[in-house]
Design a protein around this ligand. Structure first.
Ligand code: HMG
Ligand code: MG
Length: 310
């Protein structure tokens, strides 16, 4: 099944959350807020800001409420946060988020490591979150981790992914993100999984979340486009990783996705130059090499041009 490419895609920027959650050195709240402000100025309209999780498990997200308190709210802007249980949901609600994200795993082993409970238990924790999200008019998104491979179990059967798609659909999720947590997926596998998922839920409610560990993320996004998926997560500067998926590197870089979409004439609403400034800024702030391939190439081209004119 090959779809006509869409006119526009919806990108959820996950840099402040997925991008920073795994940083060993504490990143100051002010830097997180400034990153969010820069991303909003670059046109981001769906921003995954933080997580309301145990600060003992993920210390980097301990300032979730402080970050959210300093961000603007406006029509057309969706600020979201991860909420694994009611404790997280209540804190997210008090912080005025527009969207909460429940996150489950397609393998029992990853579910235990990431959330200290079985897949079935995680669904029971999500149930009241889903009910309360609906009651408060908060958008509900699910993330399905390790859908293409698990660092503990290895191969993940497609049936386990589809089982979780059905269970999260039955909770009433507005969006279900299928995630390649450890970045091992290749495009044929991606298309098979998304085609199977699209038999369970409307295509418009599916999104792709690709880590780029094996350099396949842009190809995987293109595979999703061919299936008809038009929602994607990405992280500025390709930051990211999950504390419970050792060796997994960052998300696909937002800059790299925007370059892909620009080349295809697909609208993103994002300003590539502003993204590159944000990406190189945050990389410098946290002492990392700027790892968006597109961002680094365009920044180098600009530096050469400036040197020639000065
Ligand atoms: P637990 O230990 O089973 O929970 O953790 P508990 O209910 O037994 O509570 C134990 C302690 O945690 C208590 O505190 C609770 O108050 C506290 P204590 O009495 O010991 O001081 N607690 C909380 N504190 C703050 N916020 C909360 C919360 N819940 C309990 N919401 C839990 C269960 C899920 C909380 C824990 O396992 C956890 O926080 N895990 C973190 C998981 C995580 O953030 N992983 C990374 C994000 S997922 C990801 O990156 C994947 C994704 O990008 C997609 C992909 O790429 O795959 C989304
Ligand atoms: Mg992730």
């Amino acid at each position: 099944m090959s779809h006509t490419l869409p006119e526009e895609v919806l990108i959820t920027e996950v840099g402040p959350r997925d991008g920073l959650q795994n940083e060993k050195q504490p990143v100051a709240t002010d830097i997180k807020v400034s990153l969010c402000e820069r991303l909003l100025a670059a046109g981001v309209s769906q921003l995954e800001v933080t997580s309301f999780v145990s600060p003992k498990w993920v210390p980097q997200m301990a300032d979730a409420a402080q970050v959210l308190a300093q961000l603007p709210r406006r029509a057309g802007l969706t600020l979201s946060a991860l909420t694994p249980n009611m404790k997280g949901f209540e804190a997210a609600l008090a912080s005025g988020v527009d969207e909460v994200v429940i996150f489950g795993a397609a393998s029992e082993a990853f579910s235990m490591r990431n959330t200290n409970c079985s897949v079935a238990e995680s669904i029971e924790r999500f149930r009241p979150v889903a009910e309360q999200a609906r009651a408060h008019g908060i958008r509900l998104r699910a993330a399905i981790s390790v859908a293409f491979g698990c660092p503990y179990q290895g191969a993940v059967p497609i049936d386990s992914v589809i089982d979780l798609v059905r269970r999260t659909r039955d909770l009433g999720c507005d969006e279900i993100g299928i995630a390649d947590t450890i970045g091992v997926a290749t495009v044929g596998h991606v298309k098979t999984v998304f085609e199977a998922a699209a038999r369970e839920v409307p295509l418009a409610s599916l999104s792709g979340h690709f880590h780029d560990t094996y350099g396949q993320a842009v190809a995987n996004v293109y595979g999703c486009l061919e299936v008809g998926v038009h929602r994607f997560d990405s992280a500025i500067a390709g930051l990211g990783g999950c504390p419970y998926a050792k060796g997994a590197t960052g998300n696909v870089a937002t800059e790299d996705l925007v370059w892909l979409f620009q080349g295809l004439g697909i609208k993103t609403g994002l300003n590539l130059d502003a993204l590159i400034e944000s990406g190189s800024w945050i990389s410098e702030q946290i002492g990392r090499r700027y790892s968006s391939r597109v961002g680094a190439a365009l920044a180098a081209r600009r530096a050469t041009a400036e040197a020639q004119t000065s």
